[in-house]
Design a protein around this ligand. Structure first.
Ligand code: SAH
Length: 489
């Protein structure tokens, strides 16, 4: 069966600006051909990714070759997505690609996208039309200024120039020669709608000097017209509290996207580097034995969501479920409690403070004398809980259900990071592993370290990491709150 090609606009940069339809079709794709303007995080991991990058200077693949590939994959029966930055039919050569598909008899659909002009209009505060200033807008390419009749285009009230950064000197001159007022307001916007958006407000005459002075690099788009002046009133994107700040999140296994999303919404550029990999314990025997003897225990105490996952995976693998448990259940905090909920268990005791001390405190009024306590946890962990519980007469079995390793692929990811403002540490392991991955360099370059709480801070001090902030609430939300309000009143 012959496949189909979906030509999809990825939007201008912010991955959330893709259409719902575009996102749904991407999820179905078996092959995705993308270029350098489409946000790579939009591409599902289930699809084969084919980079056909297109930068002005380094055409990774000639247009003919892209077209040949599209046809070939479709003929092989693949569901092909051709993902293009912005809108596929605005300076994207989407027209040519679809013409070729039509000629080859390949079925296709086209999904529009937010073109760079519209993205930057919203995100920089430059409405492209406005009753008081302009009633027409023109999109023009600056790729080859000699080909454009600037006497005709130049009088468009709002003029949006794509691909005009390197030719802006010539364009500005031709526009002024064609009679446009040199004092007309203008903006140059680099990497619009991304956390690295950079907007410069200037005038038509000053455009070339300004672009050079700021060492601007593509992709950048220029807007010339009275509306450009509205930016000073209508800017919101670059005013968000963490705009311009790069936050490196040393992600631990099981830590979701939620925290990163919150940081992004506050304007931060988030670098998400996994530093912990969860692996099965070296010796599975103690866990299997504990599962055999589950009925002997009076308490099972979970000190992480990972422990819950691994324990129940092993239990289910034996063909058993929560009914095999007679014991009461303890949880170290709301995250661990939530992991238990999804397995049909409401913990009997939840430590309000998600640290070992919190558990000891939460158990102050439980009778532990003679109690058998199962502690499924990481192979290496703090021993405060077993020590304190044993003092009170409990018999505690520590059973490793997982061990943590360092994901080697993060070495390279980290090596590519250049400049960072904040680094978040959410456990002692994230600190140690981050250093093992070569992260010290970023701290030496001035990145500020944030700790989730006292235990993590202790590890940081032991490794001579200066603690810029410690979260008052020992959760990722607490960490975000700390960055957001670094100077509490
Ligand atoms: N099809 C795309 C345009 C591709 S041509 C669209 O509809 O947006 C490439 C040009 O698009 C760049 O030279 C630049 O002028 C513009 N562009 C694309 N993404 C941009 C961004 N994030 N910020 C500013 N300009 C961008």
């Amino acid at each position: 069966m012959i496949g189909k090609v979906y030509l999809i606009g990825a939007g201008p940069g912010d991955p959330d600006l893709i259409t719902v339809k575009g996102r749904e079709l991407l999820a179905l794709a078996t092959v995705v051909l993308y270029d350098n303007l489409a946000a790579p995080e939009l591409i599902p991991h289930t699809a084969k990714r084919v980079y056909v990058g297109k930068k002005k200077s380094d055409h990774a693949m000639p247009q003919q070759e892209i077209i040949r590939l599209l046809i070939e994959y479709a003929q092989q029966g693949e569901t092909v997505v051709r993902l293009k930055g912005g809108d596929p039919y605005i300076f994207g050569r989407g027209g040519e690609e679809v013409e070729a598909l039509a000629a080859a008899g390949i079925e296709f659909e086209v999904v529009p996208g937010v073109t760079a002009a519209l993205g930057l209009a919203a995100y920089t505060g430059v409405p492209l039309t406005h009753r008081d200033h302009t009633s027409s807008v023109t999109f023009v390419t600056g790729h080859d200024p000699a080909k454009i009749d600037w006497t005709r285009v130049g009088h468009a009230e709002t003029l949006v120039i794509y691909m005009g950064l390197t030719t802006i000197g010539e364009i500005s001159q031709r526009l002024i020669e064609a009679g446009r007022n040199p004092a007309t307001p203008a903006v140059v916007v680099q990497r619009a709608t991304t956390p690295r958006q950079h907007t410069i407000f200037t005038t038509l005459a000053e455009l070339p000097t300004i672009a050079e002075a700021h060492n601007l690099k593509p992709p950048a788009t220029i807007v010339i017209g009275e509306v450009a002046a509205l930016r000073n009133k209508l800017d919101w994107f670059e005013k968000r509290p963490l705009f311009g700040q790069t936050v490196l999140v040393t992600r631990a296994e099981g830590q979701g996207e939620e925290g990163n999303r919150k940081l992004r919404r506050l304007g931060a550029h988030v670098l998400d580097i996994p530093v912990i990999e969860i692996q099965p314990p070296e010796d599975p025997a103690p866990l299997l034995e504990a599962l055999q003897n589950l009925k002997l225990y009076d308490w099972i105490l979970f000190t992480s969501a990972n422990a819950v996952t691994r324990f129940f995976d092993a239990l289910f693998a034996q063909g058993k479920d929560a009914r095999a448990i007679r014991a009461k259940i303890g949880a170290i905090g709301t995250k661990t409690a939530a992991a238990l909920h999804t397995r049909g268990i409401v913990p009997d005791n939840i430590a309000a403070e998600a640290v070992a001390e919190g558990v000891v405190k939460a158990f102050e009024n439980e009778s532990l004398a003679g109690a058998r306590v199962l502690l499924p946890r990481a192979a290496v962990g703090r021993d405060l809980i077993p020590i304190e519980f044993r003092k009170r007469g409990a018999r505690v079995d520590i059973v490793p259900v997982y061990r943590t390793g360092v994901p080697q692929e993060s070495v390279e990811k980290l090596a590519q990071v250049d400049q960072v403002n904040w680094i978040t540490f959410t456990s002692s392991s994230t600190v140690k592993n981050f250093l093992a991955l070569g992260g010290r360099r970023l701290l030496d370059q001035g990145a500020k370290a944030i700790s989730i709480g006292p235990a993590t801070s202790e590890t940081m001090r032991a490794h001579e990491i200066e603690i810029a902030l410690e979260a008052a609430d020992h959760t990722m939300d607490g960490v975000i709150a700390a960055i957001h309000q670094p100077f509490p009143c």
